[in-house]
Design a protein around this ligand. Structure first.
Ligand code: PBG
Length: 327
């Protein structure tokens, strides 16, 4: 065997410190964005059945929730609201005292430095559960844009640091950018759900946000999971319209798309590790079938390796804890 020529890859794996020396990808607490679901009322913590560890919380409990996050070292949250009442045109979304607007004010009062990202969509607020206004069974594009821009402006007025439109109407970044600029919020960035697939992985979220469509599905506005080039077209138009961040969603089955988007555009890139992905991990972990910490850290590291800078994840609290233990 003396003259055998081969490469000794294992030289760099000998010890923990040697492995640390050559590690290419790191997860940081700064990468984490934690989603919260806020409901009207008082003293409510409604566990979401399909998302163990995630609760809908009432406005008065938002402050204590933020305290926990800040103590864990989490620096940004994305806020979803569940209004007491819904209507055909989702008026709760753009009401100056809507649930996301009120939650945003509360957070900024107690934790002004925490980054508040407002989810800008109509589906939690419409009686039919679609992300835009409807006529018969079709979701109308252009009439929805005006309502989305109004929603974004009212969220910015309430103190949101970033606007995150998730509705997938064409032109939503342009409409929101225009609305924000006209209202004097030219300094507020847009984190666009640029590449959002019509995915079965959103099921548990729709329980949490009470936003399931009451008829049909979202396939006429969200993307077909089979498409890759279309993701680049979606990202390209959002960049042209003025997006400041790009989101790819879901995460686990779309790591190729993250890499494609990263290679083509140089905006900060975000993965949304969605509810169904979280539910699968939690269910398997609850059964003792997997090592939850190992699986979650590997999944999130995989997303960063695929090219994302930030990760929206329901695992954020646990991950922040695990990262502190490692230090
Ligand atoms: C609203 C919205 C959805 C998610 C985020 N914003 C659901 C949907 O499009 O039906 C899903 C997030 C998750 O599953 O964690 N448009």
């Amino acid at each position: 065997m003396k003259d055998l020529k081969f490469t000794r890859h294992r030289r760099l794996r000998h010890s923990a410190n040697m492995r640390a020396l050559v590690r290419e990808t790191y997860l940081h607490k700064e990468d984490l964005i934690y989603p919260i679901f806020v409901v009207e009322g008082e003293n409510k913590r409604n566990p979401v059945q399909s998302m163990p560890g995630v609760d809908q919380i009432s406005l008065d409990l938002v402050e204590e929730e933020m305290k926990e996050l800040v103590e864990l070292g989490i620096k940004s949250v994305i806020v979803f609201g569940i209004p007491a009442e819904k209507d055909e045109v989702g008026s709760g979304a753009y009401h100056d005292h809507g649930i996301v607007q009120e939650a945003t004010r509360k957070i900024k009062e107690s934790y002004p430095e925490l980054i508040v990202i407002a989810d800008t969509c109509l589906c939690e607020y419409t009686s039919h559960g679609h992300c835009g206004v409807i006529q018969g069974e079709s979701v109308l594009n252009d009439p929805s844009l005006e309502l989305l821009a109004r929603t974004a402006v009212s969220q910015a007025k309430a103190g949101a640091d970033i606007i995150a439109p998730s509705n997938m109407m064409d032109g939503f970044v342009a409409a929101i950018r225009h609305g924000l600029d006209e209202a004097g919020f030219e300094h507020i960035p847009i984190m666009s759900y640029a590449v959002k697939y019509a995915s079965a992985f959103y099921g548990p979220f729709r329980d949490a946000a009470e936003s399931a469509p009451q008829f049909g599905d979202r396939k006429t506005y969200q993307m077909d999971p089979a498409n890759r080039l279309e993701a680049l077209r979606e990202a390209e138009s959002d960049v042209a319209e003025g997006a400041d961040f790009l989101i790819v969603k879901p995460a686990m089955s779309y790591m190729d798309i993250m890499r494609d988007v990263k290679n083509h555009f140089n905006l900060p890139l975000v993965a949304y590790n969605v509810s169904g992905e979280y539910a699968m991990v939690k269910a398997a972990a609850a059964n003792g079938w997997i090592d939850e910490k190992g699986i979650v850290l590997e999944l999130l590291t995989g997303m960063k390796r695929a090219g994302v800078d930030l990760i929206i994840t329901y695992h954020a609290k646990d991950v922040a804890r695990w990262l502190s233990e490692q230090q």
